[in-house]
Design a protein around this ligand. Structure first.
Ligand SMILES: Cc1cc2nc3c(=O)[nH]c(=O)nc-3n(C[C@H](O)[C@H](O)[C@H](O)COP(=O)(O)OP(=O)(O)OC[C@H]3O[C@@H](n4cnc5c(N)ncnc54)[C@H](O)[C@@H]3O)c2cc1C
Length: 459
């Protein structure tokens, strides 16, 4: 019986329990199926593909040092993968595969089909709580985050996570050849892919930022969040590893949810909540509202407004700065994701599914569960979502979270000389002092748009 490891969105050697078990079973081969057309069909951003390719090359080199060969195989779609997998395994004499689960509907169907052709041992390496295990007293999925979090903490408070030790010594130092079907765009080059650099990012965050996270996390001009989402999305780091690292400095972090350092762990639990949700409600992977009562909302079909939102030309500086940050860097601050998603779904009354797809096509950290969760939260159609009548005012959000306008000035250069007092909605100022033609007029009037959204949702 020959064992191998199948990499998916778990692109790490260390802290990868499924890989360690495969290696302990004697695995010397690892597989990765590069399913570009399947991913493109799901709008995966080119910047994320670039990060994935760069990380795979890094991983291939790392594994080589331990005498493990990573085979990166070009595949078309998940539907054809089981047959391809069977052929590849036959050719290499592989009869048993270890892998980490992915929780989206297509991925689950792919694994079911593959399990019928050969032995597939699946682990839950992308989460701390295995989906389907944090449940209400009557065995159902929570529909509200706070009790989910309490139940999650009940399961894990008192536990100390640790890094499982890696079982192999270095054996050889071979080069790993980059597959010729990789695009090598280097769009993602600002995100390092080697473990030393990533560990340094994690440690710096824990040491310098974790205790201020609660205070700083909502201000896009401050680097107050971890920036680890691209790595979590590809499994370059795992949530368990991150909590283990925090526990080295704050051993009681899970026992003291009121302490500042817990606030960041809370976000990791949101990530777990959304993973639990897509498994409990597979319709979320298929574009359905979580809350069916909102199926009656008539979204507006306004391509011009959608295009202006995508390009960051709505005339609301905080929205425009955020969208331009996304288009330019492939990442957007969480507060801004909430503001622009609310603006699209409430002010423009455009279907959240269009925003969800656009985000996916641009984000380096694109992740179905968190993206869908975030969009349905903002659109009020989701599980434990923002109530429909709470509509973010993009001007007061801007005054609150970018008070001196420094974030806006970074991405909307046409406003760089506008004083802080006027920058959040600069139209009167620009008209009075010249320059009204430099910045785009507001796409909608806040009050009117708010009233229109309330009417549409009341229906
Ligand atoms: C409309 C919308 C769309 C989103 N789309 C995605 C997406 O495609 N991929 C993605 O990873 N996150 C998404 N998020 C969640 C969140 O915005 C990002 O995870 C966060 O901005 C990433 O930055 P960070 O790593 O510095 O986060 P930190 O604040 O340092 O948080 C640490 C980690 O916790 C997780 N996390 C943080 N906030 C959330 C949240 N609200 N929901 C779920 N997990 C969270 C992420 O994995 C993040 O890396 C979305 C949020 C909204 C409102």
């Amino acid at each position: 019986m020959k064992t191998a490891f199948w990499f998916r969105r778990d692109l790490r050697v260390y802290g990868n329990e499924a890989l360690i078990d495969a290696v302990n079973e004697g695995a010397q081969d690892a597989l990765f199926f590069y399913c570009k057309s399947q991913w493109l069909q799901h709008n995966v951003a080119s910047i994320q593909l670039d990060l994935l390719e760069r990380r795979l090359i890094e991983l291939g080199k790392q594994l080589n040092e331990f005498g493990i060969t990573l085979h990166i195989i070009e595949a078309d779609r998940f539907a054809t993968l089981p047959a391809l997998l069977e052929n590849v395994c036959k050719e290499k004499g592989i009869t048993r595969l270890y892998a980490n689960k992915e929780y989206e509907v297509n991925e689950i169907a792919r694994d079911d089909a593959c399990s019928q052709r050969l032995e597939l041992k699946l682990y839950d390496g992308d989460v701390i709580a295995k989906p389907g295990t944090v449940l209400t007293g009557s065995g159902e999925m929570f529909k509200v985050f706070t009790p989910f979090k309490k139940a999650w903490l009940k399961c894990f408070a008192g536990q100390h996570f640790h890094f499982p030790s890696w079982p192999l010594d270095k054996r050889k130092h071979a080069e790993f050849a980059e597959p010729d079907f990789f695009s090598a765009t280097m769009e993602s080059e600002k995100w390092p892919v080697d473990d030393n650099a990533i560990v340094a990012i994690v440690n710096r965050f824990i040491k310098d930022k974790l205790t201020d996270y609660k205070e700083d996390r909502d201000f896009p001009a401050i680097k107050g969040t971890s920036g680890l989402s691209p790595y979590l999305a590809l499994g370059v780091v795992s949530p368990k590893q991150l909590i283990a690292q925090i526990q080295l400095h704050y051993p009681e972090v899970l026992e003291n949810p009121s302490k500042a350092e817990f606030c960041w762990v809370n976000e990791i639990i949101w990530r777990e909540f959304y993973r639990h949700l897509i498994v409990a409600f597979p319709k979320l992977c298929k574009g359905f509202n979580f809350n069916e009562k909102y199926n009656a909302v008539s979204w507006r079909d306004d391509n011009q407004a959608f295009e202006r939102w995508c390009q960051g030309n709505t005339g609301y500086p905080i929205v425009d700065a955020a969208m331009r940050q996304l288009n330019k860097t492939g990442w957007m601050h969480n507060r801004l994701r909430m503001i622009v998603a609310s603006f699209l779904t409430k002010h423009l009354l455009i279907d959240w599914r269009k925003g969800e797809a656009y985000f996916m096509s641009k984000l380096i950290d694109g992740d179905l569960a968190s993206n869908n969760g975030g969009w349905q939260w903002a659109a009020s159609t989701g599980c434990d979502a923002q109530p429909y009548f709470r509509i973010f005012n993009p001007i007061t959000q801007s005054e609150k979270f970018d008070p001196d306008g420094s974030f806006i000035r970074t991405y909307v250069p046409e406003l760089k000389n506008v004083p802080a007092k006027h920058i959040h909605f600069p139209h009167d100022y620009l008209n009075a002092f010249g320059g009204g033609d430099k910045y785009v007029a507001a796409l909608v009037d806040h009050k009117e748009a708010r009233a229109r959204a309330l009417d549409a949702f009341k229906v």
